[in-house]
Design a protein around this ligand. Structure first.
Ligand code: MG
Length: 265
């Protein structure tokens, strides 16, 4: 396994790729409405990504037909956009996508509530997001990778959720998927030591029920085996010699985080 350390120049390009996908996530999230097909969402995403001069990196990746993975309710990840799949009021919709800017990849995921959703669904989305932030408290030079995995896992399991094990996060850079693999569930080993300049896509996939998943007949869509709801939250993160830098947040998301911190004090 070789984990690439990015140069300042490379980090600059990744910042740009990540800033763009953060903006696309924000804009696309606002467009989601009951009655839309997931194909419409995909076409919108592709247009937005290309309007920034970027390439959607999921498109044709191992033959994936869309630019966005759109996974609804019990679907965990890798839902294929389709004209026949219509978003309904009360659904939770996970969007996972990235783009390539001057040869460098970004990768991020968000789960959106469509209109009024159940309290259970809302909490699952919020806690899945929070589990990422619990994890990256350990995303610091000198720490070990699996400290992140364990923190995500412990937080999610404290609510009785199942953290998906068959799919993991990953390094990201000149390729969409680079070393190392980043599990979201508790590990026996410590994992690699984190170093400044590593860029990691950390992405908890969390089921309200069992952690076990199945693949649908389309060979892409992953669903919770017990058909419980599933949420996904992902950012591309840069390891530095201080706090980690979350590259795929918008200015607004950053501001909200700072407000949150101030409120906690
Ligand atoms: Mg990813």
């Amino acid at each position: 396994m070789s984990v690439s350390i990015k140069s300042e120049r490379e980090i600059g390009l990744m910042r740009e790729a990540c800033k763009i996908i953060a903006k696309v996530h924000q804009d696309l999230g606002k467009e989601l409405k009951p009655g839309m097909s997931t194909l419409e969402v995909d076409q919108m995403a592709e247009e937005m990504i290309r309007s920034f001069g970027c390439i959607p990196n999921f498109k044709n990746y191992n033959g994936f037909p869309g630019s966005v993975c759109i996974s609804i309710n019990e679907e965990v990840v890798h839902g294929i956009p389709s004209a026949d799949r219509i978003i309904q009021e009360g659904d939770i919709v996970s969007l996972d996508m990235g783009c390539i800017y001057k040869g460098y990849h970004s990768d991020a995921a968000r789960t959106h509530a469509i209109g009024e959703v159940s309290d259970a669904a809302r909490l699952l989305i919020e806690r899945t997001r929070q589990s990422f932030f619990e994890g990256i408290k350990y995303a610091r030079q000198g720490n070990h990778l699996h400290q992140i995995s364990n923190a995500i896992s412990d937080y999610c399991e404290s609510f009785g959720y199942g953290v998906v094990r068959d799919l993991v996060g990953h390094g990201v850079g000149q390729k969409l998927h680079e070393d190392p693999q980043i599990p979201n569930f508790r590990q026996d080993s410590r994992g690699i030591r984190l170093k400044k300049g590593m860029t990691l896509a950390i992405e908890p996939m969390v089921n309200a029920g069992t952690y076990e998943v199945d693949w649908m007949d389309d060979e892409w869509t992953v669903i919770a085996r017990d058909h419980s709801l599933s949420a996904h939250y992902e950012n591309t993160v840069l390891i530095t010699d201080a706090e980690p830098e979350i590259l795929t947040l918008t200015e607004e998301e950053r501001a909200q985080m700072t407000e949150g911190k101030e409120r906690q004090v």
